[in-house]
Design a protein around this ligand. Sequence first.
Ligand code: ADP
Length: 257
Amino acid sequence: MSPTDPSAQKTPLLRATGLRKAFGDHEVLRGIDLEVRRGQVIALIGPSGSGKTTVLRSLNGLETPDAGVLAFDGGPEVDFARGVAKQQRFAVRDRSAMVFQHHNLFPHRTVIQNVIEGPVTVQREPRADAVLRAEALLERVGLAEKRDAYPHELSGGQQQRVGIVRALALRPDLLLFDEPTSALDPELVGEVLVVMKELADEGWTMVVVTHELQFAREVADEVLFLDGGVVAERGAPEQIFRAPREERTRRFLDRIL
Ligand code: ADP
């Protein structure tokens, strides 16, 4: 299907309905609905503990919700309340890539080795091809000359940019970002956000958990404000940030902005 195919526009890449998750008797997700269309950037914002990371991890199978339905790219629906066949759950995982708060690079491998690891060992791409693609991606984020460096030789911002390249190298349909800048020193945040903004401009489909509200406002197509395990409000960034409908959204934004 080409991106201009009307049916491609109609079917969301990912649709989650009624996601629920409890850890012990703590209900962390209490019915989350979410739709991601190709090329869209969705930002998840909200107070700490509101369930943002758990939503993200539920989307790619790192967490298994107790209930709810997930459908990926028109594929079969996965109904978590009925139990989940492994291969269904992993359909999303195989076609998405996650950038974590901490980059999780292998410390004893060079930058290029880190980037080609997934394509070569998981996706069975010929090593030479993976290296060429990795080099092009590193070039794109301004890290070509760090190809043979080890993670500890890089700044936090550079490490996180390698983390992003490693995700891109998997050629995912969906990029998931879990607070990718929150562990960085403030002066390093900008260089990572610039890369993320470029990816959004290039049309990557992204779901981003973030405390960077200015970024969410500029880059997201839709903002979901989570509070207490529910989507308390959702809408276009300008609406959410300029004219929030819900009192709790207003209070959250007043506290942060
Ligand atoms: P957010 O990303 O909005 O800060 P999280 O999704 O990380 O929120 O967490 C929501 C709540 O779930 C928090 O109270 C957190 O302590 C709890 N939680 C998250 N993961 C686990 C886990 N694996 N075991 C127990 N509690 C968890």
